[in-house]
Write a protein that binds this ligand. Structure first.
Ligand code: IMP
Length: 201
C-alpha cells in the first residue's frame, strides 16, 4: 500500500485550465503514471496470489469500469469478469448509507474465487453491504481490491486485501470517479475547484 502526500511525481503535471474537461480541476492528487505504477504492482500481487485458482473479478459500476479495464490486463492469469451496479451519491458528495443494487451479477459465484474491485472506499458502507450480500452466495473465497481508500473516515472496518493509494478524506474525481456523472474520463485523480460544486457545467 502506498501512502499519499502531496503530488510526488518528478514531473509537475498540471491540469489544462483552457480545456472544457479540465477547467474545474483544482489539484491533481495522483498522476496517470502513478496510477499505472500502482496497477502494475497490484496486478503482480494478484497474479502471484491467484495462480492455479478460479479467479472472478467483480467490478462495482459505474466507478470501477476504468480500473477494471486496466487492472485485468496487468493480471497474467486466466480470469472471468462480471459487474454489479449500485446506487451511489448522485450529484451529492456525501454517502446516504443506503445501498441499492441496480444490476446484479450475470453468473453464479458459488465455489469461485471472487475478487471484488471497487474504485474508492469512503464510509465503507457500500463495500460492507456488498461483501455481506456476496458472502451469502458461498464463494470459495472473497477478497477486496479498492484502488483508493480515504484515511480515517470508515464507519465500518473493511479488510482491503489490495489497495492502490490511501488519500486524505477529500472528494475526488477522475479515473472512473464522477461528480454528477462528469469527470470519469480524466486520466488522473484530482480535486475540484469549490465553484464546480455550485454550478454543474
Ligand atoms: P462509501 O459507501 O461511503 O464507501 O462510498 C463508496 C462509493 O461512493 C464509491 O464507490 C463511489 O461511487 C462513491 N464515492 C465515495 N467517495 C467518492 C469521491 O471522493 N469521489 C467520487 N465518488 C466517491
Amino acid at each position: 500500500m502506498e501512502g499519499r502526500g502531496a503530488s510526488s511525481g518528478l514531473e509537475q503535471v498540471r491540469a489544462h485550465p483552457s480545456s472544457p474537461l479540465e477547467r474545474d480541476i483544482e489539484r491533481i492528487l495522483i498522476t496517470e503514471r502513478e496510477i499505472q505504477g500502482a496497477l502494475r504492482r497490484i496486478g503482480e500481487e494478484i497474479t502471484r496470489d491467484y495462480a492455479g485458482r478460479d479467479l472472478l473479478l467483480v467490478g462495482v459500476l459505474k466507478g470501477a469500469f476504468v480500473l477494471m479495464a486496466d487492472l485485468c490486463r496487468y493480471i497474467r492469469l486466466p480470469l472471468d469478469v462480471d459487474f454489479m451496479a449500485v446506487a451511489s451519491y448522485g450529484a451529492s458528495t456525501k454517502t446516504s448509507g443506503v445501498v441499492r443494487i441496480l444490476k446484479d451479477l450475470d453468473h453464479d459465484i458459488e465455489g469461485r474465487d471472487v475478487l471484488l474491485v471497487e474504485d474508492i472506499v469512503d464510509s465503507g458502507l457500500t463495500l460492507n453491504y456488498l461483501l455481506k450480500n456476496l458472502r451469502g452466495r458461498r464463494p470459495a473465497s472473497l477478497e477486496v481490491c479498492a484502488f483508493l481508500k480515504k484515511t480515517g473516515i470508515q464507519r465500518v472496518e473493511i479488510d482491503v486485501r489490495y489497495c492502490g493509494f490511501e488519500i486524505p478524506p477529500e472528494f475526488v474525481v477522475g479515473y472512473g470517479l464522477d461528480y454528477g456523472e462528469k469527470y470519469r474520463n480524466l486520466r488522473y485523480i484530482a480535486t475540484l475547484r469549490p465553484d464546480a460544486y455550485r454550478e454543474p457545467r
